[in-house]
Design a protein around this ligand. Structure first.
Ligand SMILES: NC(=O)c1ccc[n+]([C@@H]2O[C@H](COP(=O)([O-])OP(=O)(O)OC[C@H]3O[C@@H](n4cnc5c(N)ncnc54)[C@H](OP(=O)(O)O)[C@@H]3O)[C@@H](O)[C@H]2O)c1
Length: 255
């Protein structure tokens, strides 16, 4: 299937590690121009170097941005749009991964997952309206299941991401802009969240691994493929939906 993402200008938040790194590479594989960000300058520079090596013809630009900082985030969106004269896709991937049930954790989840999403999308929408672009947000199965992360702000924040994305889809449909969510299940990446759990909390790792009906966790590419499809013209009539990519981990029926 040809996705038609060549030369599309794509923003990915949190692109130096984990799922965001795979999403960045997924769009580069499709010939898109990708701008990614994270908070750690050294990681941004190392990622840019690695991408230049792995994709010599590709255009991949990293920036040091904290999505919880409104000014930094707005400036990043504006400068990427100005640099390319357009913006086609925005992927809101970052989460505070706030799984402690404390006031500080709730504050982080609000500022990063929710306010960060609001600021990112509001800055991007005027540009997306010009190109008929789209938004993909990354939620989690924790947004719909009472799982090992509860009680904490993580699940409520992820549920709110799905809700807000669907409401943006309704509002923006007449303007030709789509918005969708992808909700990953457990995604195993060596140097990622589950790789760390495997090393440092083997009992939690085993209990979660045992819950996966496919007998395995997902691969990062199994999320980036869904994201690239949702962002592509092949999904031109898909808006306001939430695609669970979880290997049937969730037990609730999705209607
Ligand atoms: N991994 C899973 O199994 C799983 C399952 C379901 C959903 N998800 C969702 O998938 C998304 C990515 O998770 P992940 O597991 O890939 O995380 P990860 O491996 O920890 O990577 C997170 C990335 O985001 C960056 N980042 C974190 N906070 C940031 C901020 N405030 N501003 C800018 N960049 C920031 C990190 O770099 P810096 O720290 O240097 O900023 C890093 O590049 C999240 O929304 C998560 O909820 C993950």
């Amino acid at each position: 299937m040809h996705l038609g993402l060549e030369n599309k200008v794509v923003l990915v938040t949190g692109g130096t590690k984990g799922i965001g790194r795979s999403i960045t590479r997924g769009f580069l594989d499709e010939g898109s121009i990708v701008h990614f960000c994270s908070r750690t300058k050294a990681d941004v520079e190392a990622s840019e170097k690695q991408l230049a090596k792995d994709y010599p013809q590709a255009k991949a630009y990293g920036s040091t941005v904290d999505v919880a900082d409104q000014t930094q985030l707005e400036n990043w969106v504006t400068s990427c749009a100005e640099q390319n004269g357009r913006l086609d896709v925005v992927v809101a991937n970052v989460s505070a991964l706030a799984i402690e049930d404390t006031a500080e954790s709730w504050r982080k989840a609000f500022e990063t997952d929710l306010l960060g999403l609001h600021v990112l999308t509001q800055a991007a929408i005027p540009h997306l309206e010009k190109t008929g672009g789209n938004i993909v947000t990354i939620s989690s199965v924790s947004g719909r299941d009472i799982d090992f992360t509860t009680p904490s702000p993580y699940g409520p924040a992820k549920a709110a991401v799905i809700h807000y994305t669907a409401s943006l889809a309704r509002k923006l449909a007449p303007k030709g802009v789509r918005a969708n969510t992808c909700s990953p299940g457990n995604i195993y990446i060596n140097d990622g969240v589950w790789g760390n759990v495997e090393k440092n909390m083997p009992e939690l790792f085993k209990s979660q691994m045992d819950k996966n009906p496919m007998g395995r966790m997902g691969k990062a590419e199994e999320i980036s493929d869904v994201v690239c499809f949702l962002a592509s013209e092949r999904a031109s009539f898909v808006s306001g939906t939430n695609v669970c990519a979880d290997g049937a981990l969730c037990q609730g029926v999705q209607f």
